[in-house]
Each structure stands twice: as structure tokens, then as C-alpha cells.
Design a protein around this ligand. Structure first.
Ligand code: 4VN
Length: 323
């Protein structure tokens, strides 16, 4: 039987690092205020790149690391809530930039769950007629942030990360998953509401390009929903919570990760974090964390790893992988 293998991972962060201290020079905030509430010390912010640029850098690294050619790719999925444009999709721009002439490409919009939802779609594609593809989370959230709003501007960072996945006969793969969407709660995390300027349009409200969240609601959604969804994913995978080596959660907030670990009854050191350095990078965060841990050798082949995304939609998704 054919299985699914993560062949390579890669990440790309913009060069400019912006510390909490530096933010406190441009808005009324402080390192202590930000760090105590979120676990974030700094983030990377683009100066010239767009979402497709950092995604393309990840795609090129993935090809280099796995030693495959661009024309051998069957598909490219870019999960993002901050695309360059609605058309062309960010994935299509990446496909053109790397010359993946045999690949179809499309963006996936699932906010902070984008990486997990993207891997789910990839696994379905690979179980039918395709053999190899890229799943990349790429975000330039600094475009969506209201820089006058000190309650949200301090939370986010820009970045991209992804994996090359292909079919294999090795005994690895996606063992189980649970994806859920709660559209009735969607107003708790919004961004990118355009106006309709057509001559027949009445007023469409609310119109607002910027990111807004009801932090308290999203926080309690995450701490309640993630343990439940994770439990179901484990059950489907027929794996005990103790047998998972690491739980790689969306890096929204250090306190959320800690309370999920406690509620789930697993040691906090199985829940590594990197929001201190990267801030919240939405669809890029799990891939960034995965690639850092692969690079350090902490995560390696043979382990059982959980990927857990949660956020805008509201969406949540958990996957159990043998890598
Ligand atoms: C998922 C989550 C969040 C999120 C929610 C709340 C929150 C991030 C609320 C309390 C506040 C500090 C910040 Cl759980 C965001 C996304 C979007 O990627 C996804 N921070 N906080 C405080 O004052 O303590």
C-alpha cells in the first residue's frame, strides 16, 4: 500500500527583526506587556517582499533539499490569509517563478489552520492520481495589521514554511486527522473585508481590511476545542497520547499552548514553541516550528508527531503523522 512521506521541510523569514522594545518606540506598549501575555519577544517583518516571494524561496529550498526537479511536481498548495492578490493566486505565482510546468497550483484559505488543512488536501491528492507536491504556509500579516491598534499589531509576524510530500512504500504517513470548522463563530477573527463599489450596491457592512479578533473568545475556543479534536485524531490514528513524541501547535500565544497541554494532560515539554522569536505567523507557524525542530535534530524520522492548527473561520485541525 502507498503511504505519504514528508520528504523535506524548509522555511524563509524576512531579514528585518522587530523586537518588542522597538515596537514600544512606535506605539504605546512594552516588552513586559507583550511578553507576559503572549510569550512573544520579536517577529520578522518584510520591507520589500510579498507573500509569493517568501513562498517561492521556500519552494526553491524544498527542491534543493530533496534533489527533485521543478517539473516533477504535480501540485503546489499555498495556504495563506494574506495572498499577493486574489488572482493570480500566490501558489500560481510560485509555480511560475520556479518553473513547475507540470504542476497545478492554488491557494487555500483556512487562516491559522491552513498548514494542516493543506496537508489534508495534499494527502487526498496523493491517494488518487498524483505523486508529489508542495504544501507551503506563507503570510505577510504585516499587510493586514492595523498598526494603530496596539492590541493586535504586537501579535503577528511575517514568514513562510513548507514541506515536500510524496507517495512512498515506506511505513510512514498520515495516521489520522480531525478537521472542524465553526463558521457560526467566524466573526471572532476577521480580516480583509472589501467594499463592493458596484453602482447597484447598497452599503455592505462591515467593510474593513484590517485584522480584528475577539481575543478572549478565540482563546477560550482554542483551549476548549483543540484537546477534543486532538483526542479524536488520536483515536482515529489508533495512537495513545503518550506515544506522540511532539505536539506542534499553531504558535498563536504561549499561554494558549501551555493551557492546551495542561488540559490535554501531556507534559508541556512535548509542546515546543517558537513564538518568542517569530510571533504569530498564522498558516506559516507550524511549518516554521517543524523545520526548526528538524534542523536541530529534535524531530526526526521514526517519530510520531501531531500537527494542530486553530484560528480564523473559526477552524481547527489535528493530524497524527509517523514521519
Ligand atoms: C488563534 C488564537 C489567537 C489568539 C487569541 C487570543 C490572543 C492570540 C488574547 C488575550 C490577550 C493576548 C492575546 Cl488562539 C490568534 C489567532 C490568529 O492567528 C489564532 N492571542 N490573546 C491578553 O490581553 O492577554
Amino acid at each position: 500500500m502507498e503511504h505519504l512521506k514528508i520528504v523535506a521541510s524548509a522555511r524563509q523569514l524576512p531579514e528585518l527583526q522587530v523586537t518588542n522594545q522597538e515596537l514600544s518606540n512606535i506605539m504605546d506598549t512594552s516588552d513586559d506587556w507583550i511578553f507576559s501575555r503572549t510569550g512573544i519577544h520579536q517577529r520578522q517583518i518584510v520591507t520589500t517582499e510579498n507573500t509569493s516571494d517568501i513562498a517561492t524561496a521556500v519552494a526553491k529550498q524544498l527542491l534543493d533539499k530533496s534533489g527533485v526537479t521543478a517539473d516533477s511536481l504535480d501540485f503546489i498548495i499555498v495556504s495563506t490569509m494574506s495572498p499577493d492578490s486574489l488572482s493570480p493566486s500566490t501558489a500560481a505565482i510560485v509555480q511560475g517563478a520556479i518553473g513547475a510546468s507540470n504542476a497545478f497550483a492554488f491557494d487555500l484559505s483556512a487562516a491559522c489552520s491552513g498548514f494542516v488543512y493543506g496537508l489534508s488536501v495534499a494527502s487526498s491528492l496523493l491517494s488518487t492520481r498524483y505523486k508529489r507536491g508542495l504544501v507551503i504556509g506563507s503570510e505577510v500579516l504585516s499587510k493586514l495589521v492595523d498598526w494603530q491598534d496596539r492590541t493586535t499589531a504586537v501579535l503577528f509576524g511575517d514568514g513562510a514554511a513548507g514541506v515536500l510530500v510524496e507517495t512512498t512504500t515506506e511505513n510512514v504517513g498520515l495516521l489520522g486527522e480531525q478537521l472542524r470548522t465553526y463558521g457560526d463563530k467566524g466573526d471572532n477573527l476577521v480580516a480583509g473585508r472589501f467594499a463592493n463599489q458596484n453602482p447597484f450596491a447598497g452599503e455592505i457592512s462591515p467593510v474593513d481590511p484590517y485584522f480584528h479578533q475577539n481575543g478572549r473568545e478565540v482563546y477560550s475556543f482554542a483551549t476548549r476545542e483543540v484537546p477534543a479534536v486532538l483526542q479524536t485524531a488520536l483515536k482515529k490514528a489508533e495512537i495513545a497520547a503518550d506515544d506522540v513524541d511532539y505536539y506542534l501547535l499553531h504558535q498563536a500565544n504561549a499561554r494558549i499552548v501551555t493551557s492546551i497541554a495542561k488540559r490535554f494532560g501531556q507534559p508541556v515539554d512535548k509542546f515546543p514553541t517558537n513564538m518568542a522569536e517569530n510571533g504569530n505567523t498564522s498558516a506559516a507557524s507550524i511549518g516554521l516550528l517543524f523545520d526548526e525542530l528538524i534542523e536541530s535534530g529534535k524531530v526526526h524520522a521514526g517519530q510520531t508527531i501531531a500537527f494542530v492548527g486553530f484560528g480564523g473561520g473559526l477552524t481547527v485541525g489535528a493530524q497524527i503523522w509517523k514521519i
